[in-house]
Design a protein around this ligand. Structure first.
Ligand code: NAP
Length: 248
């Protein structure tokens, strides 16, 4: 049995680790190629786009894939729709592995918005010194003159390319992050507002606890909706059980 995992997340890597043990199926993980030096999962790895849904369907047929698992980031909208179309075209069973979103708790001051554009729009009302954790791809959204008075601490895995916020410091780092470090970061940079996507999971959640403790507002960008009719699970272990039921 051949399983293709569409990856780029901690959960995708964990799933590959769980599947390749023992007499498990053949496992190929696919990465988009955005990160210069990605943490590679065990098993086979391929890097780069497929050329849309048709290209992915072709790849599934050519490589005799028996099961497709979309374990991409909840904000990777295009590839999830492509996976749904390609799975239908190639008649391959598809499962989405999606970590659950975060939920506001007691003491949180969250401002939920539907897009990065909306996040940029509400920012000036909330603070002046911003901890921006939405990744380097959407930085152009925060580069406009209306935000020129704000200062940004931008955390990303790779160096961002312009257009970027006018006043910013870049912190190159990748999760998981610990609460102590996040507290210290907010304090040292006198952060008064945090911006995050609702990525979910535990690796990047400590910033939310640190903001809560410090009474700092958090702008949370809600997830885009994924394709309809795709079965989904929340953990790599559940995805393994699905593969086993298919005979892998
Ligand atoms: P996207 O907008 O959904 O995808 C854009 C294109 O990139 C897709 O059409 C596809 O190209 C290619 N692609 C995406 N994921 C791929 C994969 N796993 N394997 C091969 N090709 C892939 O995705 P994105 O937001 O740019 O994210 C790219 C990758 O980074 C994803 O794998 C995701 O898991 C990871 N990631 C994204 C975020 C985020 O916030 N968006 C955060 C952390 C990690 P073709 O059409 O040519 O096949």
């Amino acid at each position: 049995m051949h399983v293709l995992i569409l990856g780029g997340t901690t959960e995708a890597r964990r799933l590959a680790e769980l599947l390749v043990t023992g007499a498990g199926p053949r496992v190929t993980s696919s990465l988009a190629g955005r990160v210069a030096a990605p943490r590679l999962p065990p098993g086979e790895v391929r890097v780069g786009g497929f050329g849309g849904a048709q290209g992915l369907a072709e790849w599934l047929r050519e490589h005799r894939v028996d099961a497709l698992i979309d374990a991409t980031h909840p904000f990777a909208g295009t590839i999830s729709f492509n996976a749904a179309t390609a799975a239908a075209l190639a008649h391959v069973p598809l499962l989405a592995l999606r970590r659950p979103g975060w939920v506001a708790g007691e003491g949180d001051d969250w401002h939920e918005v539907g897009s990065l554009d909306m996040a940029a729009r509400v920012l000036p009302e909330l603070g002046r010194r911003v901890f921006l954790t939405t990744g380097r791809m959407g930085l152009a959204t925060f580069s406009g003159p209306e935000l020129a008075a704000l200062w940004f601490l931008v955390r990303s895995v790779d160096t961002p390319e312009p257009p970027c916020p006018a006043r910013m410091e870049v912190l190159l780092d990748r999760g998981p992050f610990a609460l102590d470090g996040e507290r210290e970061l907010l304090r040292r940079h006198r952060i008064d507002v945090v911006v995050t996507k609702d990525s979910g999971g535990s690796a990047t959640a400590p910033k939310l606890a640190a903001a809560r403790e410090a009474g700092i507002p958090v702008v949370v960008v809600r997830r885009p909706t994924g394709p309809e009719g795709v079965a989904d699970v929340a953990t790599p272990e559940e995805a393994v059980a699905w593969v086993r039921r298919l005979g892998g």
